[in-house]
Design a protein around this ligand. Structure first.
Ligand code: S2G
Ligand code: ZN
Length: 386
């Protein structure tokens, strides 16, 4: 594959033809969408397992996921160690950095330049991935909290008391829960006794089922006694566990079904996170439904504003306020979704001019003609396009 990509890129570079690399096309900020007449290079067929080390046979399962070219472990995070074989730079050079070494401190770790660069520095055609052994003991609890400070305190307690087995800590507010119940078939609230303001999903992953379960049960009991949770349920089997995840994972689809939505993927200090949701509700009043959910354990808020229509008046109430607020709290205006086309010009809300200038210099070094994924990631003003 890399030799084909090498020839195509070398040809496009010599004729200044812009190229958009594509993988699983799961992006949410237009990173893999052509803007004008770019040539599309799709590496989606890069799904051959070339080899895997017997020691890491679990990798096979994850390598299958690679068919999407996007290994985004959206919720539970696997400690992925990625070595990489960068097929091509724009001049057709092939960088061979493939390897499964756990330690290699010989020079700069260039793979991290390319991971997350949204195809703007080079095109990956081969990767090596190492995954930790799949652990057998997974426990999931779905909890209700009456206020955001309780969610925050619950997270602190979970980190302290569940520590090494804590594998996910997700939250959603009642607006998110209502959307899921109203727009998704067959999904029900596992804690229907009364309306709660917040819900938390906690997942633990370990190697000793009875030990892990007792640990989580004791944690839930203590949290209930301390008044941090108003109600809760521990999944009794895999079906109930997946029904809990179905609520959390169903939020984006429920938002899409509800109609036009303005999406913001923000990293914000946990103690401040929900202030932004509340401030946006004040700013928008009845004109839109402000929904807050996300990966609380990662300090990642998915602020989604569901509106009757896309409307400049509503947009003016949201931007630049959301970006300025995030910047003031030294957050990131893109926690996991990247910048793509839609947020390339917003980068200065989270990165200094000097930092962005250095990024542009690296881009210029690796893609002097600016043919790789133009108009994406970096501000258009900093990238000279041929
Ligand atoms: C999530 C999914 C993408 C979206 O639910 O964790 O990252 O639509 C999001 O916001
Ligand atoms: Zn997310």
């Amino acid at each position: 594959m890399e030799m084909e990509v090498s020839k195509i890129l070398g040809y496009c570079n010599s004729r200044r033809l812009a190229v958009v690399p594509q993988g699983g096309n799961t992006g949410l900020v237009g990173g893999s969408v052509p803007v004008f007449d770019e040539v599309i290079i799709n590496v989606g067929s890069m799904n051959k397992i070339i080899a895997f080390d017997k020691v890491q046979k679990e990798a096979a399962k994850l390598v299958e996921m690679f068919q999407l070219m996007q290994v985004v472990c959206a919720f539970s995070v696997m400690a992925l160690f990625m070595g990489m074989y960068l097929a091509v730079l724009t001049n057709g050079d092939v960088l061979d950095m493939v390897g499964t070494l756990r330690k290699d401190n010989t020079g700069y770790d260039l793979k991290h330049l390319f991971i997350g660069s949204e195809g703007s520095l080079g095109i990956v055609t081969k990767v090596s991935i190492l995954t930790p052994p799949k652990l057998s003991s997974v426990n999931i609890a779905f909890l209700a909290c009456e206020d955001y400070p309780s969610c925050q305190k619950l997270l602190s307690e979970a980190k302290r008391k569940l520590g090494e087995v804590l594998s996910a800590f997700e939250f959603l507010d009642s607006h998110a829960m209502d959307l899921v119940l109203n727009h998704l078939e067959g999904v029900r609230n596992p804690l229907p006794s009364s309306a709660h303001n917040f819900y938390v999903l906690i997942e633990t992953t370990g190697s000793d089922e009875s030990y892990d379960r007792e640990k989580l049960e004791a944690f839930l009991l203590r949290s209930m006694e301390a008044g941090l949770i108003a109600d809760g349920v521990l999944a009794q089997d895999i079906n109930q566990a997946s029904s809990f995840w179905q609520i959390r994972e169903g939020i984006p689809e429920a938002l899409m079904r509800a109609g036009p939505v303005y999406k913001y993927d923000l990293s914000i200090p946990v103690e401040k996170m929900y202030n932004l949701v509340e401030e946006m509700r004040v700013r928008l009043g009845q004109s839109a439904n402000v929904v807050g959910y996300g990966h609380l354990g990662d300090g990642n808020l998915h602020l989604n504003i569901s509106a009757p229509r896309y409307d400049d008046t509503i947009l003016a109430q949201i931007e630049p306020y959301v970006y300025e607020w995030t910047s003031k709290h030294r957050g990131s205006i893109s926690a996991e979704h990247g910048l793509g086309l839609m947020k390339a010009n917003k980068i200065f809300y989270s990165k200094s001019h000097e930092t962005v200038q250095l990024m542009a210099s690296i881009k210029k070094l690796l893609d002097p003609n600016g043919i790789l994924n133009p108009y994406k990631v970096l501000p258009h003003s900093l990238c000279s396009y041929s």
